[in-house]
Design a protein around this ligand. Structure first.
Ligand code: NIG
Ligand code: FE
Length: 416
């Protein structure tokens, strides 16, 4: 019996990893192999390429045919680099209020929104929170997400933030997904600190929470909601600088509703990424490109907030590496579907199919500092891949409202 698994007869599409996020014209750097084969050992791709070449150079004694895909289209598993899918209760009522014209930030200012999710997390047991989160994670997996980032941020006090991060870690251990945990205690100013955001940042987040989260080793990234009425650029700067000094990787919710200059801060601090950017200025976006900060675009949030989409086409043209994510959360965007994101990227932000594929796989893996192992189907990386219903990745935008995901593989094993 062979020890390596052979997958053959695939029509393969994968971005090509050149050791850094793909930007500008390179964002479309996707390779097609019409008849590809892949050898996998221990879940890791050992060889991948033209089937004839692979088969010629391998002894049948050391491989076992795992699957013949009959020419089906195969792409890397989606990496979703921005979600808040750890929450206890939906906010469908608020969605109705938004449809009736109440602005998203006004709901938050009245003590709803993120603050209502905080109350729900407080009321839920850890097991209940785990079950709601796991359900969404598995739904995302069935739609092709093989790696997901999940943020805390519906706790806003140490015990509850740690409770969320515990649950997020457990989702990683008890589902097939790779889960990347982010600490987002700076998601809103808690009601007890209303009007005292500076104190919350300096005394609670920086002095109390960050060191504890670091000590427990349960989050890799630190994120902040830099927005009018939430955290200012200056407060975000203090928090992210402190986080960096403690060894956290950093990201920022920047210019989602108003152009506060969050993208400029991302460039200044060279955060790994900046997310949303619906209202960001050209100058600050170009500065992000220079600093190598990845633009993580969340088109389903624009859809759900009924806002103009981020300028994805311009960002690619300006040399900013673009990734895309769901932003799955109970408020501004209840969506865990990366195929939907893919479709919006192509249809509403004018990305090409190749650019959208890079944005949802390789650049998304870079946004999570996981590109050494994930994001493209190349030797040395995990055999995380999807079989599509369609001839090419174009199907993901073409077949609107369908997921087009037929099979999902994680480390070479079929998981959905
Ligand atoms: O990315 N903007 C801040 N955070 C989320 C929304 C969270 C919520 O409304 O619960 C976002 O849009
Ligand atoms: Fe978000």
């Amino acid at each position: 019996m062979g020890t390596k698994k052979l997958y053959r007869n695939m029509r393969l599409f994968t971005p090509v990893d050149g050791g850094r996020p793909l930007a500008g014209k390179e964002q479309a750097n996707v390779k097609e192999i019409k008849k590809a084969a892949m050898l996998v050992a221990g879940g890791i791709i050992e060889k991948i390429g033209e089937e004839d070449e692979i088969l010629k150079n391998v002894c049948p004694c050391e491989v076992a045919l795992e699957k013949d895909f009959g020419g089906a289209c195969v792409v890397p598993g989606f990496v979703d680099p921005h979600t808040h899918m750890c929450f206890a209760k939906r906010r469908e009522d608020e969605f109705g209020m938004r449809l009736a014209g109440l602005p998203y930030l006004e709901i938050l200012a009245r003590g709803g929104g993120i603050l209502s999710s905080v109350n729900a997390v407080k009321a839920a047991t850890e097991d209940q929170l785990f079950e709601t989160t796991k359900k969404l994670a598995l739904s995302a997996l069935a739609k092709g997400t093989t790696t997901v980032e999940i943020k805390s941020g519906y706790g806003l006090e140490l015990g509850l933030e740690l409770k969320m991060l515990e649950v997020i870690g457990r989702v990683g251990r008890e589902t097939p997904l790779d889960v990347v945990p982010t600490f987002m205690g700076a998601h809103a100013v808690p009601q007890e600190y209303k009007g005292r955001a500076d104190e919350f940042v300096d005394e609670v987040l920086v002095k109390q929470m960050l060191p504890k989260v670091k000590e427990q080793g349960i989050a890799e990234f630190c994120d902040v909601f830099c927005e009018e009425g939430v955290f200012s650029v200056e407060q975000s700067r203090r928090l992210l600088k402190a986080a960096k000094e403690m060894g956290f990787d950093t990201k920022i919710h920047a210019d989602e509703v108003n152009d506060l200059g969050g993208a400029g801060l991302a460039a200044e601090l060279a955060t790994r990424s900046a997310e949303h950017l619906l209202a960001a200025s050209e100058e600050n976006l170009r500065a992000m490109g220079k600093a190598g900060s990845i633009a993580v675009l969340l088109p389903a949030t624009a859809y759900s907030l009924k806002k103009p989409y981020a300028r994805g086409r311009d960002m690619v043209d300006w040399g900013v590496p673009v990734a895309m994510a769901t932003d799955c959360n109970p408020g501004s965007c209840f969506c865990e579907s990366m195929p939907f994101i893919f479709g919006l990227g192509v249809m509403c932000m004018d990305l090409s199919v190749e650019e959208a594929l890079t944005a949802t796989t390789l650049n998304a893996a870079y946004a999570l500092n996981r590109a050494k192992k994930l994001g493209s189907l190349e030797a040395g990386k995990q055999a995380d891949f999807l079989v599509l219903d369609g001839e090419t990745p174009t199907a993901l935008a073409y077949h609107a409202g369908a997921t087009s995901i037929e099979e999902v593989y994680k480390l070479g094993e079929r998981v959905a």
